[in-house]
Design a protein around this ligand. Structure first.
Ligand SMILES: NC(=O)c1ccc[n+]([C@@H]2O[C@H](COP(=O)([O-])OP(=O)(O)OC[C@H]3O[C@@H](n4cnc5c(N)ncnc54)[C@H](OP(=O)(O)O)[C@@H]3O)[C@@H](O)[C@H]2O)c1
Length: 195
């Protein structure tokens, strides 16, 4: 039986005769604007309708918007993670949808002991709904992902859009959530209210 390997050349394994052969070329690196340009080309060809970006700052959105209209931005944002406040304000001013991923901190804001509990009880809804209502109250362009598996949670999450928070409730959640920290189970605790 013939070997699948090439005959030994007696040269260094790193020589041009080495096995396996090197790839014919290394992947080309494309700049950010060039990548958006490729999406714009697909849009012009009718292959994509809208272009969205994920985990970007204001400067990147501005760069992209010079090449193509940007319909949506999906960044991590929830009560405890507010790094993208400037992006929310920027996109709201330009009618670009802001889609917060991890909107309830992987379920950390859904628990009965979350910092949202008191307001949730006052409103007569669940903490998970209150976390989403807070997001929807934060800006008019906010589109939180109702990420869940069971249908009853999906229904519950969708109803968050029907909840109206008072300014006082919004501010309370806003402040208490900011001081919250992740607990060991991935849930959230508020140092000022937990034992
Ligand atoms: N663009 C990006 O880079 C990026 C990165 C990560 C994630 N994402 C997307 O973001 C979306 C949301 O992320 P995520 O689902 O991981 O975060 P999430 O919505 O903050 O948390 C989801 C967790 O919350 C629980 N949960 C949801 N609704 C609940 C309710 N009403 N009561 C109690 N628990 C509830 C879920 O459990 P149950 O299933 O039991 O309800 C699940 O464990 C996903 O679609 C994901 O694909 C995008």
């Amino acid at each position: 039986m013939r070997s699948a390997l090439p005959p030994s050349t007696g040269t260094s394994p790193r020589s041009s005769n080495s096995w396996p052969p090197s790839p014919p070329c290394s992947p080309k690196q494309y700049g950010f604007a060039e990548q958006i340009g490729a999406l714009k080309q697909l849009q012009d060809e009718g292959k994509v309708r809208h272009i969205g970006l994920s985990e970007v700052g204001v400067a990147e959105i501005e760069t992209a918007a010079e090449v193509a209209p940007i319909a949506a931005v999906q960044n991590m944002y929830n009560l405890a993670t507010r790094d993208h406040d400037p992006v929310i304000d920027y996109t709201a001013e330009r009618c670009i949808a802001f889609v917060p991923f991890f909107p309830i901190a992987l379920g950390g804001h859904a628990g009965p002991d979350s910092p949202l509990t008191a307001v949730a009880k006052a409103v007569g809804v669940t903490p998970a709904q209150t976390a989403r209502a807070w997001l929807l109250h934060r800006a008019p362009n906010m589109v939180p992902i109702p990420g869940t598996s069971p249908p009853d949670h999906l229904k519950e999450n969708l109803h968050a859009a029907d909840i109206t928070l008072s300014e006082g409730q919004f501010r309370r959640i806003d402040e208490e959530g900011r001081g919250a920290a992740y607990g060991s189970q991935g849930g959230m605790t508020n140092p000022s209210t937990s034992a």
